[in-house]
Design a protein around this ligand. Structure first.
Ligand code: RAM
Length: 358
């Protein structure tokens, strides 16, 4: 189900992150389409280069105290062990815009070979990431992208279009035939990933088949459990006729479901979005949630480590069309703008949730 297809060409969502494209015209001399201000001169890719052992691969997720990050970086550690590298995990306890900068600076001083980062803000991390690249550290974003001119490749969990469309579709199903008001309960206001999914959702909602849905609010729980819970509560206070809360964050959907399951809105207000099966199981079993989606976060970390190792070994540079092997996940092809797509998301319901353990 979540096994990724062997080879995936990324379909970069149109209209998203377009602002970053300006920096991507780039020289093709080094066959790196991601050329940007901080790009060091890199040799052409050598597909036959052996992947080096002993590479220092550091993971910097959005925040450490998030079960999603734990699963993601856990997959990264498995990969780094397979690659016989040195794994490191660092990160802030909150997902605020600038919280990652000091960690990047320290990783540069430590002369890591690869930094795998989920950006809390597409731009706040850029000066430090470009310093890292100038110091010959390969920068792989995963989960939440940084601006294209400050990283070498991006591991996207699924296509941005696909995730946004799936969120809109689930909201429509959950609202029922009469439609009604829906609200988004997101992560932080600056999160690259959530913002790009919400943009796609909004585009979808303009289509005739969504005419009965009205998006009344995008609330931000900052990927903090308590704040997300309060925001869910606030949504119902402000919009008592709300039909669906769509949370494109594992923290938000779990907090939203917890609130609804213990309130008088249970059975009246649906909660859907992106969640971890282990966190959502009880709300699926008690009927609060009937459907949500996700990919296997462990596979993102795993794929990111293999991409970083291939790049630090000179096998790939981040240019479109380059291929590399990612252990048990098989071969991947780099898509446009250095994007590497893990695979399609899986939908979870009461019928399949017990088959998943993450
Ligand atoms: C939260 C984080 C993460 C996102 C998932 C779906 O854990 O915001 O970045 O990918 O939800």
């Amino acid at each position: 189900m979540l096994r990724s297809p062997r080879t995936l060409l990324s379909v970069t969502s149109a209209a998203l992150l377009v602002a970053g494209l300006a920096a991507c015209g780039g020289t093709t001399k080094d066959s790196n389409t991601n050329s940007g201000s901080g790009t060091q001169a890199s040799a052409a890719a050598d597909p036959n280069a052996a992947v080096k052992e002993g590479l220092k691969i550091a993971f910097l997720p959005k925040q450490l105290n998030n079960p999603y990050s734990d699963v993601e970086t856990g997959g990264g550690k498995v990969a780094v062990d397979e690659l016989k590298g040195e794994y490191k995990l660092v990160g802030p306890n909150d997902a605020s815009a600038s919280s990652q900068v000091s960690y990047i600076n320290t990783l540069i001083q430590q002369q890591q070979d690869v930094i795998v980062v989920a950006a809390n803000d597409p731009n706040a991390v850029c000066p430090s990431l470009n310093q890292a690249r100038a110091a010959k550290i390969k920068v792989i974003t995963f989960d939440s992208d940084a601006s294209k001119d400050c990283r070498d490749a991006f591991i996207n969990q699924a296509t941005t279009e696909g995730i946004g469309q799936s969120l809109a579709k689930m909201a429509l199903e959950q609202a029922g035939s009469d439609g009604g008001e829906i609200a988004v309960l997101s992560a932080t206001p600056n999160a690259t990933n959530q913002n790009s999914w919400i943009e796609v959702m909004k585009t979808e909602l303009k289509k005739p088949e969504y005419a009965k849905l009205k998006l009344v609010k995008v609330a931000y729980g900052n990927d903090d459990d308590q704040k997300s819970f309060q925001e869910a509560q606030g949504l119902l206070q402000s919009y008592p006729n709300l039909k669906v809360i769509v949370a494109p964050t594992t923290v938000g959907i779990a907090a939203g479901a917890r609130y609804i399951s213990s309130s008088s809105y249970k059975g009246k207000v649906a909660v859907t979005g992106l969640g971890l099966p282990n966190q959502m199981r009880e709300y699926v079993k008690d009927g609060t949630v009937t459907k949500f989606a996700l990919w296997n976060p462990a596979d993102i970390g795993y794929l990111a480590a293999f991409a970083g190792a291939a790049m630090a070994s000179g096998q790939i540079t981040g240019a479109e069309g380059e291929k590399f092997k990612a252990g048990k996940l098989g071969e991947y092809t780099i898509g446009k703008d250095g994007e590497i797509v893990l695979g399609p998301p899986t939908e979870f319901t009461k019928d399949n949730i017990d088959q998943f353990n993450f």
